[in-house]
Design a protein around this ligand. Structure first.
Ligand SMILES: Cc1ncc(COP(=O)(O)O)c(C=O)c1O
Length: 352
């Protein structure tokens, strides 16, 4: 069985899954109901997802011919390794845990680069990657998440440009921007038109529809587009998800934009609220620009998780991430009232 970090017991507030804290937009819900009434699920989706890609292109200002839709960012990330068959995968860690599994499936060597922990922040310098021997970087796939999960670190665009300038010509750079739409102050690399860049996006996270499973990849590299297209399963995005987003991103584009800006404001405030409240309790709270916070607490998992659950909240035990420990948790940023409950629960567990 594959293991994934979060299994909240019923009835507790789940802080283990970060995403848009506002929850799904009501228009999405309405479109989904309409689609069910019209039995959209009874037909196959468009084989090429032309209208869905057009909607994505117009909403995000992208070239429609450079977009491939996926069953969530997770599918794009796994196929990038399986289809492109890089000579090695280089991942800045800690990071989304599935890269390790994908390299095992593809029998591809994996090199993990540790991000720098400096006081209450994690960061990564381009040289941390560029100092990897050329014999490993040549023909490799370098993967960063921006913002990074679970540290919340945002990579400046200048760093991405430097990486692209100095990585070998046959290396590819994957930037997983799954959280970027709802991350205050993080800049997307979409304007960098380098052929060695693959951007991965998650509508799942941006629009709080984790169960609908929809994301996309964007690259100007025709060879990569072809390989990813060829490797993706036919009809990989189900007809309900495709139909609903086709409409939502065009008919409700203004609402969707306002909703994402609002989510960024809520995340920014939530980060401030959680950072202040948890720091006061003596936790080390790492600086974050994402809808998630990494913390280090004086007591370890699993005991701290059990006590937090007894006080109605569930966090992500972060010990399964490379370089983290049972003293680390990742916390999703939620609405102010929910964030307060988390701080109160930590108070009960730490102070009493
Ligand atoms: C950094 C990162 N990328 C990608 C994913 C997968 O996103 P999706 O739900 O769109 O497949 C996750 C899920 O937690 C994630 O944390």
């Amino acid at each position: 069985m594959r293991f994934h970090g979060g299994r909240p017991p019923p009835g507790v507030i789940d802080f283990s899954v970060p995403g848009n804290p506002l929850g799904p937009h009501p228009a999405l819900h309405k479109l989904l109901e309409e689609a069910v009434r019209e039995k959209v699920y009874a037909t196959y989706p468009d084989y090429n997802y032309t209208r869905l890609r057009e909607s994505l292109a117009s909403f995000y200002g992208l070239d429609v011919n450079r977009i491939i839709v996926f069953n969530g960012a997770a599918e794009a990330l796994s196929l990038a390794i399986l289809a492109l068959k890089p000579r090695a995968v280089v991942v800045a860690e800690p990071n989304f845990g599935d890269h390790h599994l994908h390299t095992l499936a593809a029998r591809t060597p994996l090199l993990r680069i540790a991000m720098r922990e400096e006081g209450n922040r994690y960061r990564l310098e381009p040289d941390d990657i560029l100092s990897v021997p050329q014999r490993i970087l040549r023909g490799s796939l370098v993967i960063l998440s921006n913002p990074n999960n679970p540290t919340g670190y945002c990579t400046p665009s200048a760093h991405i440009e430097k990486l692209l300038e100095e990585l070998p010509d046959d290396a590819m750079l994957v930037i997983d921007e799954s959280f970027i739409d709802i991350s205050p102050g993080c800049e997307s690399a979409t304007r960098i038109g380098d052929e060695r860049l693959i951007l991965v996006k998650s509508l799942t996270k941006s629009f709080a529809v984790h169960g609908l499973r929809i994301g996309y990849a964007y690259t100007t590299n025709k060879r990569v587009l072809y390989k990813l297209e060829a490797a993706r399963q036919a009809w990989n995005v189900n007809s309900l998800a495709a139909h609903v987003f086709e409409k939502f991103l065009t008919a409700y584009a203004e609402e969707a934009r306002a909703y994402l800006s609002n989510a960024q404001r809520v995340v920014e405030k939530g980060l401030q609220q959680l950072t202040a409240g948890l720091t006061k309790l003596g936790l080390l709270v790492y600086e974050s620009s994402a809808p998630l916070l990494l913390v280090r607490h004086p007591k370890p998992h699993p005991a701290i998780q059990e006590k937090l659950v007894a006080h109605g909240v569930y966090v992500r035990d972060a010990s399964s991430y490379p370089f983290l420990t049972p003293y680390h948790s990742r916390i999703a940023v939620k609405l102010p009232e929910e964030n307060k409950k988390l701080i109160d629960a930590f108070y009960e567990v730490i102070e009493r």
